[in-house]
Design a protein around this ligand. Structure first.
Ligand code: LMR
Length: 342
């Protein structure tokens, strides 16, 4: 009897030992011993390195690689070096890349509510824009690409846009008559230029320098950091400081990729996103201020600073846009944008 129980105990311990070993094998192949999956994440964007978007992406990479002990690698592709405005979204949907942070006005084809950053003079500064996108209406708009399998995770600001052109100084609405401007895209920007008697054309960011150089368009609107880092002032003669519309981004990810992460992995990627958001939001203003100084030092463009009365003239001409787009964007969304952070 004693011999039989020793034998049974022996058989049982071999069985238990075997089970433990096979469990361990599964854990090792799926994730490392602390549960973090080995991953390679690609973040593609179109702007230069010296911009809030790239600085945010770098902070994200640094956090994720450090916290995962190098198990998660983040590759950043700036300057449209992997994909440009034309193809980065399709490649996110196809999960060829896992993060993009495009200018929201480039998504008006998916949802006209992404026209919000183009609403004339809606936001005085980054804080007001952030308050809108972090609020209830902004979050609804950011979440509206679900059907494409895309998640809107966080808004990163760049800043107010200003006009540059190669023809003459602009200080009143009448000065735009007959000029043609490049836009990021979207019906509101198009209507804005129509209201000012100008033409417009949407051109990908990566092709803008050449388009300005070759006179495909006379001018464009952008933030100081984009103008300075892409040297648009080399191929423009005038810049009007307007702050009439904005460049704001959303960090988008692929839902399947997002859901494929286990809790330990996702916690690290979420931590990285928070670190990137903090840096992008903290750096946007100072990067734009520094860029304006550099543009002034380079001295390629004559700079017009509008007086409050001149701004008021533009505001008056552009005010009807709000009514024109009330149905398409939604009165509730427009109201939330106009009141955000006030
Ligand atoms: C542009 O196309 O002018 C900008 O939206 C580019 C960017 O991502 O800041």
């Amino acid at each position: 009897m004693k011999k039989l129980s020793i034998f049974l105990l022996f058989v049982l311990s071999i069985f238990v030992l075997g089970a433990c070993q096979s469990d361990e094998k599964v854990a090792v192949s799926g994730a490392s011993s602390d549960g973090v999956q080995e991953l390679k994440i690609k973040f593609s964007h179109v702007v230069a390195e010296n911009t809030p978007k790239h600085q945010g992406a770098l902070a994200m990479k640094e956090y994720i690689e450090k916290e995962s002990d190098g198990k998660i690698k983040v590759e950043i592709y700036p300057n449209s070096s992997l994909f440009g405005d034309q193809d980065e979204y399709q490649n996110l949907v196809a999960n060829n890349i896992q993060f993009i942070a495009p200018d929201l006005t480039k998504f008006v084809g998916n949802n006209p509510q992404f026209n919000v950053p183009a609403l004339p003079f809606a936001f005085a500064d980054d804080e007001e824009a952030i308050a809108f996108w972090d609020g209830e209406k902004g979050q609804e708009v950011l979440g509206s690409l679900k059907d494409d399998g895309v998640l809107g995770l966080s808004m990163w600001p760049n800043g107010g846009k200003h006009l540059t052109n190669g023809k003459h100084a602009i200080s009143s609405p009448a000065d735009l008559k007959g000029l043609k401007f490049r836009t990021q895209g979207g019906q509101v920007l198009e209507s804005m230029y129509t209201a000012l008697g100008a033409g417009s054309e949407s051109i990908p960011f990566g092709e803008l320098y050449t388009a300005l150089d070759q006179g495909v368009v006379d001018g464009q609107e952008n933030t100081f950091s984009n103008i300075e880092s892409k040297k648009f002032d080399e191929v423009q003669k005038y810049m009007t400081i307007m702050n009439h519309t904005r460049v704001d981004y959303a960090v988008f990810t692929n839902t399947k990729f997002w859901d494929s992460m286990n809790d330990a992995t996702k916690a690290i990627v979420e931590g990285g996103l928070a670190a990137g958001t903090e840096v992008a939001r903290a750096e946007a203003k100072s990067l734009n201020e520094k860029a304006l100084e550099t543009i002034k030092e380079r001295g390629n463009v004559e700079i017009v600073e509008l007086t409050p009365e001149q701004i008021e003239e533009f505001r008056k001409v552009l005010e009807p846009i709000y009514e024109e787009y009330e149905d398409e964007i939604g009165a509730d969304v427009i109201e939330a944008a106009r009141n955000a952070g006030k």
